[in-house]
Design a protein around this ligand. Structure first.
Ligand SMILES: Cc1cc2nc3c(=O)[nH]c(=O)nc-3n(C[C@H](O)[C@H](O)[C@H](O)COP(=O)(O)OP(=O)(O)OC[C@H]3O[C@@H](n4cnc5c(N)ncnc54)[C@H](O)[C@@H]3O)c2cc1C
Length: 568
């Protein structure tokens, strides 16, 4: 494969045109004439987590709630280990970004008084099937925004300790893009497909998180030496069995409870209900032989059943189709639930880049927003928008402090990085037929993580000996992955998706080892450390990868009024 090199200069590069990426671009375009380039591996009209639509805004300050009560809830649910400054800054913007979405055309359900219909204390109902096209539409056709669809970014370009852009390849042609930027925002979402999926064979990609978000933003940062936080706080969704439809739609929609096969309510037996405890209690009931477990819906009214049919058609049609196909419905049978495989998702839990208050990473000129940014769980759509706005506003305030992009163009260090990357990409096409193929290496990675790093097959439990084996196997796979053969651009993409997930796995394993406790049940379940130890617990587990070595750094908790800035 002979690649053609295409160089683009811009003020701001946004990697990932999903929820956060589009909103940062919109904020920049509305408040400046800065040149913005968005590079997305897919087509931003239907890319990322919002591709299929969502039916609720899950982070909203509802009636009787305040930004402070939102922060208290997130802190409680996360057992005290969150970046309070980040969550608080998000909480203060949740309602204004929601209004912004409505102004862009998102239908938000209203009651007779014209007020938003609440689904829960912190959640409102929307008709969100078109939420992503609306965001994409808002930034399309703007003179200063250039959208590069189907471009997979593989690494940052780094000069001294600053990010000066990124390099990626087109999935549709033999073009390599070298994009030079004064500021870069990483908004590539979280990581799916690290663990063996709980749906087999052809349904393997039927997973809760977007299967196309494969942790590449994390991996680029790891390779470039950015500090990462809280990878050990994995996210595992409790979902309707097989269809992976959200349970919240039932639980909050009709205010129901979880019951085991004997019809007993069981969550409270395990402690005060938190998001992870609802999952943990379900896993335990199954282990004790009390499964399967359900959301209790039998006996709901015809009207409520119809509402659920409609609600799921809006965002997880498989659930409604499953009922209809069986001539059944939630009024006549309870809804079976189970956990998914684990994911790394900074929008639900706290894994991601260690960012300051403005969402700057520890690498100069690089920001991170949305699911790829760490420290602030329960962001969801609106939290991602809030972060996107904060980062864009910081860029507007500080753009003057940066390098002249044209100087970078002639920089030897950068052209060496570009040439090296082009060689790396090309080698996959010239590799001899390898001993293993792409699917086999992907499967091997997922199996290792499942069996040795707390996947679904081990009830999410692991110990240090198992983690040691996982670490070794992942390193072996990192060697093997370079021998893979690509015949097409799609193969090349698949190879890079594995490389990135292997880097994420490597960091994840180290973080799982480093937290010597077990309090985020299931998310982080180290059987070697069953006892609580507040002193050890109330810290952030951070890491930095330099010269091929991963170093764990423990950091003190940051309070709500701190507005944390990086020391350097
Ligand atoms: C199934 C599901 C249901 C959800 N339901 C709700 C809900 O009902 N309510 C709610 O409030 N929240 C919900 N959420 C959460 C919410 O959707 C996410 O937190 C949010 O959309 C994440 O935004 P993001 O910008 O970080 O990532 P995304 O919107 O996923 O954007 C990431 C973008 O990066 C691109 N990308 C990835 N890698 C690369 C690369 N290497 N190069 C270039 N581009 C790349 C992707 O194509 C994608 O466009 C849900 C999430 C999921 C997965």
């Amino acid at each position: 494969m002979k690649f053609e090199l295409n160089t683009i200069e811009t003020d701001v590069l946004i990697i990932g045109g999903g929820t956060a990426g589009c909103f940062s671009a919109l904020t920049l375009a509305e408040n400046s004439n800065l040149k913005v380039v968005i590079a997305d591996k897919a087509n931003i009209k239907r890319s990322g987590c919002l591709a299929a639509g969502v039916n609720a805004i899950n982070a909203y300050i509802g009636k009787g709630e305040t930004p402070e009560s939102f922060l208290d809830y997130v802190k409680r649910d996360s057992e005290g280990v969150i970046r309070e400054d980040l969550v608080y800054s998000i909480a203060k913007r949740l309602n204004s970004v929601t209004k912004r979405l409505e102004d862009l055309g998102l239908p938000i359900l209203k009651d007779a008084k014209g007020e938003y219909v609440q689904r829960g204390k912190r959640s409102i109902k929307i008709n969100g099937e078109n939420i992503k096209p609306l965001l994409a539409e808002a930034i399309s056709g703007k003179d200063n925004i250039k959208i590069l669809n189907n471009v997979n970014i593989v690494d940052y370009l780094v000069k001294e300790d600053a990010v000066v852009g990124a390099i990626g390849f087109s999935i549709k042609g033999n073009i390599v893009y070298q994009i030079l930027a004064k500021k870069t925002i990483c908004a590539t979402g979280g990581a799916a497909g690290i663990y063996k999926p709980n749906n087999p064979t052809f349904s393997g990609h039927k997973m809760w998180y977007s299967p196309f978000n494969t942790g590449s933003g994390y991996a680029m940062g790891i390779r470039a030496g950015a500090e990462m936080t809280s990878f050990e706080m994995r996210f595992i969704a409790l979902r309707c069995k097989d269809t992976i439809a959200p349970t919240g739609t039932v639980a909050q929609g009709i205010k129901t409870v979880q019951v085991n096969a004997k019809g007993e309510e069981y969550v409270q037996k395990y402690g005060k209900p938190t998001t992870h405890l609802r999952l943990y209690s379900t896993v335990m009931e199954n282990l004790k032989g009390n499964g399967p477990c359900f959301l209790k819906t039998e006996g709901i009214s015809e009207e409520q059943q119809k509402e659920l049919f409609k609600a799921y058609l809006n965002m997880a049609p498989a659930q409604t189709l499953k009922w209809l196909e069986r001539d059944s419905g939630p009024a006549v049978e309870n809804v079976e639930i189970e956990g998914t495989e684990p994911y790394i998702v900074g929008g639900h839990t706290a894994s991601g880049y260690w960012v300051d208050y403005a969402r700057k990473t520890t690498l100069k000129n690089l920001y991170a927003t949305g699911d790829v940014a760490g420290g602030s769980p329960k962001k969801y759509v609106t939290g991602c928008l809030a972060e996107a706005e904060i980062a864009a506003q910081s860029i507007l305030e500080t753009l003057g402090e940066t390098y002249n992009v044209s100087v970078i163009l002639d920089n030897v260090e950068i052209s060496e990085q570009v040439n090296e990357k082009i060689n790396h990409l090309s080698n996959f096409f010239t590799n001899n037929e390898a001993l293993y193929n792409i699917e086999e290496v992907e499967e091997a990675m997922q199996k290792v993580m499942d069996q040795y790093a707390g996947g679904i097959s081990t009830a999410y439990i692991y110990n240090n000996r198992k983690l040691g084996i996982a670490a070794k196997r992942i390193d072996e796979l990192l060697d093997i992955v370079d021998t893979l053969k690509a015949k097409t651009q799609k193969d090349l993409l698949a190879i890079f998706e594995i490389i990135d997930r292997l880097y994420v796995s490597k960091v994840l394993i180290k973080h799982l080892e480093a937290r010597k406790e077990t309090r985020w049940r299931c998310y982080q379940e180290n059987i070697d450390y069953p006892k609580k130890d507040d002193q050890a617990w109330l810290k952030y587990v951070n890491s930095v990868y330099t010269d091929g070595k991963l170093k764990i750094v423990l950091k003190e908790l940051v309070g709500r009024d701190k507005e944390y800035e990086h020391p350097n």
